[in-house]
Design a protein. Sequence first.
Lengths: 176, 201
Amino acid sequence: MQPAQPAEDWPDQIYALLKEHGIRQVALVPDAGHSRLIKRCLADNDMQVVTLTTEEEGIGMLFGAWLGGEKGVLLMQSSGVGNCINMLSVPIAHRTPCPMIVTMRGDYGEFNPFQVPMGNATQAVLEAMGTLVKRADTPEDVAPTVNATLRMAFNTYRPTATLIGQRVIGAKTFGK
Amino acid sequence: MIETGASGKLARRSVVQALLQDRGDLLVIGGLGAPAWDITAAGDDPRNLPLWGGMGGAAVMGLGLALAQPTRPVLVITGDGEMLMGVGSLATIATKQPRNLSILVLDNEHYGETGMQETATRHGVDLAGMAKAAGIADSRRVTTAEEVLALRAAIRAGAGPLFAQIKVDEKSEPLALPPREASILQARMREAILGPAAHLQ
């Protein structure tokens, strides 16, 4: 039996899941919570990493990827979910996979007032737009939840999201 | 035959017809509104993905498709209003420099589906200049039939990324509606690209 990976290795566990699911396109607007995963993806020659100007581009890009037979994933911070709302009509109307992995701000111990409105609304907004949303609030929960999100997107053809809670990532405190 | 409208500017349907003639492997994404009707008027085809929504997303959808199918030419045909909404995607596309991606804007300087309100290009915004500044070196402004024919050759040459702002007459053309059930639109394109295996992925 293999020893269990330390729970704090959850970004590496996500990377391993992206490989297992054959993800070839990684669309993202950076977030500190995703920085380790982004480094792993950038180091992988079999992945096209595309840094977007706004998160809604990722919804369109993943749709184009699927048209061409490739699987993609969108990485973003919770504030970016607000930039995606209308574009989610594309995978819904076309019935195409659109998995999203969202690191939360404005969620648990937030310091920045501007992060709270969207952080508090992230799950409700995604669900209002027909996205299947699952939360991971402990490091141990991250990999199984992301796995479920990828499986449900590619097996049932719809937008899905894992929200990785701020309790997992740690709140940015600016020294306060 | 490439025609001009009452204004003396290019007639959009004749431009699209000419660009899609003998299209070979060409995969086409049509931005919502008139461009989707234009590609349909040229002949509805499984290799066409006419959009009924997702305004601002057409160009970056082309990027995802071009990256997934690097040996096939991918052509996005959209309108000035749609391109302006997603103009940041020109920067995103430029960072990847996909050789097989061309983005054409049929620029009539108006929002044609909503009552012909003016867009920013009516006030001089230079989309081709923005694309060039973003890093799409081959960015053109097209105003003549000869330039359309040169563009057609360039799309097929695979030396992209390529961007063209085609100034067209503002006249609205009769509706030419593609299927509205979008799951059919994506599935037929996937099958055209990937064969029956598309439905077992």
